[in-house]
Design a binder for this molecule. Structure first.
Ligand SMILES: N[C@@H](CCC(=O)N[C@@H](CS)C(=O)NCC(=O)O)C(=O)O
Length: 201
């Protein structure tokens, strides 16, 4: 039985979306980041950093949300794992790019412009993060000029990994980057994504 550790209000939402796409049954350990459960010795044995998400596939334990999605997409045939080495590499390229350039920026922007209590917000952090986000929205906009999807001609793990990390972008006005905006909504309109979104409460 597959077991996923991590609440939908964490990066685990990416893996919940993937599990939904693949129609897989799983046991959900609905734990928030930094919750007491994630500090238990049992969980620290699975991931010594204490971070979620973590996947346990019958004893094969994996952390890192992007890696978990590549593993699931490869193992279970849902048409989301690219079929050529070049396209696998391209999907990895986009996933690493997202983690490196956008993941922290989009979270920092949300936290320091709206999520944190007003007295904990730092406008300078929000502003720097926004500049990084804008740069990334432009890169995506250029990549999506002539295609609906990031890799090849169909939705894949690449779109899922990047779009899921851009969850907060759904609430932003991205009309300056129309290709990015329409792609983001095209991805999140998928039933598997909507189901994962609904679990965020
Ligand atoms: N790069 C990791 C990041 C994991 C991560 O930072 N998870 C956060 C929740 S979204 C967490 O558990 N933070 C608490 C901690 O690190 O103690 C991934 O994509 O899985």
């Amino acid at each position: 039985m597959l077991k996923l550790y991590g609440a939908a209000r964490s990066r685990a939402v990416r893996n919940i979306w993937m599990l939904n796409e693949l129609g897989l049954d799983y046991e959900h350990m609905d734990w928030l980041p930094r919750s007491p459960e994630t500090k238990s010795p049992e969980f620290l044995k699975l991931n010594s950093s204490g971070a979620v998400p973590v996947l346990d596939d019958n004893g094969f334990v994996l952390s890192e949300s992007m890696a978990i999605n590549f593993y699931l997409a490869k193992k279970h045939d849902g048409g989301l794992y690219p079929s050529t080495p070049e396209n696998v590499a391209r999907a990895l390229q986009w996933s690493f790019w997202e983690t490196d350039r956008l993941d922290r920026a989009i979270v920092n922007h949300a936290r320091h412009s709206s999520d944190l209590p007003v007295n904990e917000r730092n406008p300078e952090v929000a502003e720097t993060a926004w500049k990084d986000c804008v740069h990334s929205f432009q890169i995506l906009n250029t990549a999506l000029e002539k295609t609906d999807w990031l890799v090849d001609s169909a939705f894949s793990v690449a779109d899922l990994n990047v779009a899921s990390a851009m969850f907060r972008g759904l609430a932003l006005d991205l009309s300056e980057w129309p290709n990015t905006q329409s792609w983001l909504h095209r991805c999140w309109d998928r039933p598997a994504a909507q189901k994962a979104k609904g679990m965020r409460g």
